[in-house]
Design a protein around this ligand. Structure first.
Ligand code: SF4
Length: 331
């Protein structure tokens, strides 16, 4: 347990957490909606500090990150809980309810990293933003030892803490769950504006990729996909975008997303973005990386396996020497 950053004291021993846009007002003895931060005696503590629900090696492609050390495994951990309430959560048993955790210190995490020869650590599985203090301490230690830190996040964090932690983050996959505020409110108990802000700020400071889970009838209209793609293209048309196929989970039991819907989204996005992928389904030519200049196949993928075939050590296409967006793309 550690004293939390970003909160203020209120009357009657209450506190207000200012880490994420939920801005929870927390009475003494209680936690915020993410379960991770508790008011003890009128002070806010990160009760979840170093408490992880899982620790394992995953392919970096599973995050998904396709333009960051392709083909490498990364040590992956995450806290119990989340600051959103997505009705379609694919990990609800560890994000939406209290689950058993095990304790790990930043020093032990670094040790695991070295033992497993991992490139670094991915903070993932649930919502790492609610683990702010632990990430801050451990990512700094990782950096001091030549390792990387990756966030897989819903992007719902206030601007000040985001700016403070970004220098310690080497790559992010940010969920953009839809492109209407109505969806964020009704299905996630969140807001779109914050996530857009996180994407804009993060894109200027670290490597980011974006994931959009497409759910039939809820966020799959051509107009909404066009708006989402325009937003990304206006920031940087080289940001990789991953469309992901939805399967029924938690409180949502709509049928899985049809392949034709995902193909339509892919074709819309390819008109404006250089790197577009479709995941959770096998759709021809939507998981490999192609050179946006000459069309050469650069990275082959199947499932979470990937093979770099045509990128040189300066991250350039071997055929036409076009610079490919990403970090350490060569084999
Ligand atoms: S981080 Fe947790 S406690 Fe803080 S405002 Fe967000 S949901 Fe509430």
């Amino acid at each position: 347990m550690k004293k939390a950053l970003y909160y203020k004291k209120l009357d009657n021993n209450k506190v207000q957490c200012e880490l994420c846009p939920q801005m929870c007002v927390i009475p003494e003895g209680k936690t915020g909606i993410c379960f991770g931060r508790r008011n003890i005696g009128g002070e806010l503590f990160a009760e979840n500090y170093g408490q992880t629900i899982s620790i394992s090696m995953d392919p970096i492609e599973k995050k998904p990150l396709y333009h960051f050390y392709p083909g490498r495994d990364i040590l992956s951990i995450g806290p119990n809980g989340c600051n959103l309430r997505c009705k379609f959560c694919q990990n609800y048993h560890i994000s939406q309810q209290i689950s058993p955790t095990q304790k790990i210190t930043p020093e032990e995490l670094l040790q695991y990293c070295k033992q497993t020869n991992s490139i670094g650590v991915a903070y993932t599985y649930t919502e790492p933003i609610i683990w702010y203090e632990f990430i801050y301490d451990s990512a700094r230690l990782l950096h001091e030892n030549g390792k990387v830190a990756v966030l897989v996040t819903n992007g719902s964090i206030n601007e000040e803490p985001l700016r403070e932690i970004l220098p310690l983050i080497d790559a992010m996959n940010i969920d953009l769950k839809a492109f209407t505020d109505e969806f964020y409110k009704k299905y996630c108990s969140g807001n779109l504006k914050t996530v857009k802000n996180t994407i804009k700020i993060s894109a200027s400071q670290t490597h980011i990729e974006i994931t959009d889970l497409i759910i039939p009838d809820l966020n799959d209209s051509t107009k909404e996909i066009q708006n989402l793609v325009d937003f990304i293209a206006n920031i940087d048309n080289e940001i990789p975008l991953h469309f992901s196929r939805y399967f029924p989970a938690y409180k949502l039991n709509k049928p899985p997303t049809p392949a034709s819907t995902l193909r339509n989204a892919y074709e819309i996005a390819k008109k404006k973005l250089k790197y577009v992928y479709v995941g959770n389904i096998n759709l021809t030519n939507t998981s490999d990386t192609f050179c946006p200049n000459c069309g050469e196949r650069l990275i082959k993928r199947g499932g979470f396996y990937s093979e770099v075939i045509n990128i040189d050590e300066q991250n350039r296409c071997k055929k036409c020497h076009h610079k490919i967006k990403g970090v350490h793309l060569f084999a």
